[in-house]
Design a protein around this ligand. Structure first.
Ligand code: TPP
Length: 748
């Protein structure tokens, strides 16, 4: 197929006619315009710059046409275009190449203008075309998605989920000044601003509303948030019209946000407005909104027949507001180009882009699952193990207020996590801890108590009450060179922010081939058994939404000593491999002290001094085995570990030899260890406190069956129910008695 010439015809009729009709100023002579003079009186945009931006606009328009041509030939897979939005090139020109950008899928001309700033304009066009054809040579996603992204251009690739990039953008704008203040190496200059663009329908998404609110909330408190929000408003969300005037009203009325509206048909006005907004953001370190009117030319995507929901008059009116005509009019009025020169520039650009499209057809595609998955979750266990080290003794003594945790006797799970966080904060100045109530109160369960006084408000801070923004802050902080440890107060509240983990955190490395990473250890207090208190929302026992996220590490420590080792591993893995880790803390075990009998202290553990950390290292995906029985293996985790150990003790009194495997990692599961331990026994019982459907036990049983385990297998789980308040909770939750009874049934 490659090598076939794309059609080269006349420019679009509407543009052709409009350009031919442009009035030519008297006395204008080809080539006589002063490139350094303003393209129109009073504008900061010079003729020379405007010509460059016109080229970016033209190439973007023709890339849209190339997308449809490639699609028709079966070699292109993406046809959402930027036509009608091309004045966003003027916004790129108003910013620095080093200002990180998170772009709307219609910001093609912005992307090409920025490529021009980096003297890689032609390469930028190739990037876009390679993205459409899902080529493995596309520089950011390597054929995994069509995104605007490029490390060299400081354009961070975005997913297709509208508005989901806004929390990250706010987080990045929040984190840049913080990283500077903390002295952490930042990948961008200290006075950078973050630009994020999005459509008008996206403004109404709760993710956008939350993110914009978070920017304003932080700014209101005097915190620096250098963020330029750009709404590219074409008045439509696919087929749904945004009520006229709504977007302006919705954006202009936000507190703390400087609002500017500008007509997107005039690139000089867009440039001037963007320069003013960007300098406000840069100097004041405060957020601003630039609301750019645009039109949508050619439907939502190539497959969209917009005539089904828009009248011919409406479509024609949009063509009349084509920003390419606007720029042509400026250039002709300035005497920089004649109408004929505009049209020949258009035709030349079109030929160049379509010729490139014909060439990229032959570029290689991803052809194996291994290739596709390579950037998902790189794991370098040796580097991770080597990256675990303590602060100096002096620093540790200061952080711990003179009393080192290894000298404090046996600790609970909560105390062990607290001590480990303290150690990590002392050793690594890039670690920041934040979430609802984590700072002044020290967390609902006291897990982060004392961290604020030891490390200060720059590193330990209370967030606002919005889980999407908490994770978004984590995503931005990770990009800015910090190592974020956000907390979600209860597992039930992860779910209204799950996309920030699933669609944003976990995909960034995938869609950028590891060029961008968001290292993060997301602490979540969860699971049940709080003696009836709190009902479902404080006893949520569902982890299915986490376990199927490719590449995500899910740690679930049951014991204090494991918690310390596993938390260190998660932090080191985030730092070394860019891993996104969830650290799921069983609330009911936070303050548990005993195992078999009241006062036995069997659930406490001493804190390892640093010289024992290597010995006690717990690699990702390694479980822990208790006992040597050969009759039965109980595979479990979290609260199930304590219940199973107690049940195993009673079973052994009855002559049943058990071993208990604490999986410790719910993703990836310790499959090899599970299979090995199972092969040493006659039967396997999975004791799973999550739900019967979609719970952990399904993965464990499947792993055993996949491995050909020939012994007997069964499972006990919690019910497929939400957890009720009061004693009724016990009716739906896995119990110790159920574990014991299932073990006896299985063996006899
Ligand atoms: C969260 C989410 N819901 C639905 C969609 C499907 N979708 C893709 S684009 C779009 C309309 C977006 O409109 P707008 O924000 O105005 O941007 P425009 O396409 O007009 O530039 C929708 C609903 C999506 N991508 N993400």
């Amino acid at each position: 197929m490659s090598g076939q010439q794309p059609p080269i015809g006349r420019p679009d009729r509407h543009l052709n006619e409009a350009v031919r009709a442009l009035p030519v100023p008297a006395g204008a002579r080809t080539g006589s315009a002063d490139l350094a003079s303003p393209v129109k009186p009073g504008s900061g945009l010079t003729i020379g710059r405007c010509l460059e931006l016109f080229d970016a606009q033209l190439a973007s328009r023709h890339a849209d046409e190339a997308a449809r041509w490639l699609r028709a030939r079966g070699t292109g897979y993406y046809t959402i275009g930027s036509s009608g939005h091309e004045s966003n090139a003027g916004i790129a020109a108003a910013l620095r190449l080093t200002d990180p950008a998170l772009l709307h899928y219609r910001s093609g001309a912005f992307y090409l203008a920025r490529a021009g700033q980096a003297a890689r304009f032609t390469a930028g066009i190739a990037d876009v075309l390679l993205g459409m054809t899902a080529s493995a040579n596309e520089p950011i996603s390597g054929g995994r998605h069509k995104v605007f992204g490029n490390k060299e251009l400081n354009v961070i690739p975005q997913t297709s989920t509208i508005a989901s990039h806004l929390p990250r953008a706010v987080g990045l704008a929040f984190a840049i000044p913080r990283a500077v203040r903390l002295g952490v190496a930042l990948p961008w200059p200290a006075d950078s601003i973050v630009v994020v663009s999005f459509g008008d329908a996206s403004v109404n998404h709760s993710t956008a509303a939350g993110a914009v609110n978070t920017a304003a909330y932080c700014s209101y408190q005097g915190l620096p948030v250098p963020l330029l929000l750009v709404c590219e408003d074409n008045g439509l969300g696919i087929s749904v019209r945004t009520p006229p005037g709504w977007t302006a009203q919705a954006l202009a009325s936000r507190p703390q946000l400087r609002y500017t509206a500008v007509d997107g048909t005039d690139i000089a006005d867009v440039y001037d407005a963007a320069v003013a907004a960007a300098s406000y953001v840069r100097e004041r370190r405060a957020p601003a909104i630039l609301h750019v009117s645009a039109v949508r030319i050619g439907g939502h995507a190539g497959s969209d027949a917009e005539s089904a929901y828009r009248s011919p008059a409406e479509i024609a009116a949009d063509l009349g507001r084509d920003p390419l005509i606007g720029t042509a009019a400026l250039l002709v009025a300035a005497g920089a180009l004649t109408p004929d020169e505009v049209l020949s520039r258009y035709a030349q650009s079109r030929r160049a882009v379509l010729d490139m499209a014909a060439q990229v057809e032959a570029e290689p595609r991803l052809s194996s699952a291994a290739q596709v998955m390579a950037p998902l979750a790189p794991r370098r266990p040796a580097s991770v193990a080597a990256a675990i080290w303590p602060a100096s003794k002096r620093r540790r003594l200061r952080a711990f207020g003179g009393r080192l945790p290894e000298e404090q006797g046996a600790l609970t799970l909560a105390q062990a996590i607290n001590a480990t966080l303290t150690d990590e904060l002392a050793a690594h100045p890039d670690v920041v801890v934040f979430g609802e109530d984590v700072a002044r109160k020290g967390g609902v369960y006291g897990v982060t108590k004392g961290l604020l006084s030891a490390f200060g408000a720059g590193r330990i801070f209370d967030s606002l009450l919005d889980e999407q923004s908490i994770i978004g802050l984590g995503l931005g902080a990770g990009l800015a060179g910090l190592l974020p440890v956000p907390e979600i107060q209860y597992l039930a509240y992860l779910h209204n922010a799950a996309d920030q983990v699933r669609g944003e955190a976990a995909t960034l490395s995938f869609f950028s081939q590891g060029q961008y990473r968001n290292p993060m250890v997301l602490r979540i207090a969860g699971l049940a058994y709080q003696e009836g208190f709190g009902g479902h929302f404080h006893n949520d026992n569902a982890v299915g939404a986490l376990r199927d996220i490719p590449g995500l590490i899910v740690a679930c420590p049951a014991r204090p000593d494991d918690a310390s080792a596993m938390l260190r591993t998660c932090l080191a893995s985030a730092r070394e491999d860019g891993s996104v880790c969830v650290f799921l803390e069983p609330i009911a075990l936070y303050h548990e002290r005993d195992l078999h009998a009241r006062g036995d202290g069997g659930w406490l553990a001493g804190y390892d001094p640093p010289w024992l950390w290597t010995l006690g290292h717990c690699p990702v995906g390694q479980g822990r085995v208790y006992g040597e029985g050969t009759d039965l293996l109980i595979a479990t985790f979290g609260n199930g570990v304590r219940m199973s150990l107690r049940a195993a003790a009673r079973l052994s009194e009855a002559g049943i030899g058990c071993r208990v495997l604490d999986l410790r990692w719910l993703a990836p599961l310790p499959v090899d260890e599970l299979v090995r331990e199972a092969s040493l026994t006659r039967a396997v019982l999975v004791a799973d406190e999550t739900r019967r459907s979609g719970g952990v036990s399904e993965g464990v049983l499947t792993a055993l069956i996949d491995a050909g385990f020939a012994g007997r297998i069964t499972r006990v789980t919690s019910e497929d129910s939400f957890v009720p308040l009061g004693d009724a909770a016990a009716t739906v939750l896995l119990s110790e008695a159920a574990i014991e009874a299932a073990a006896r049934d299985l063996l006899y």
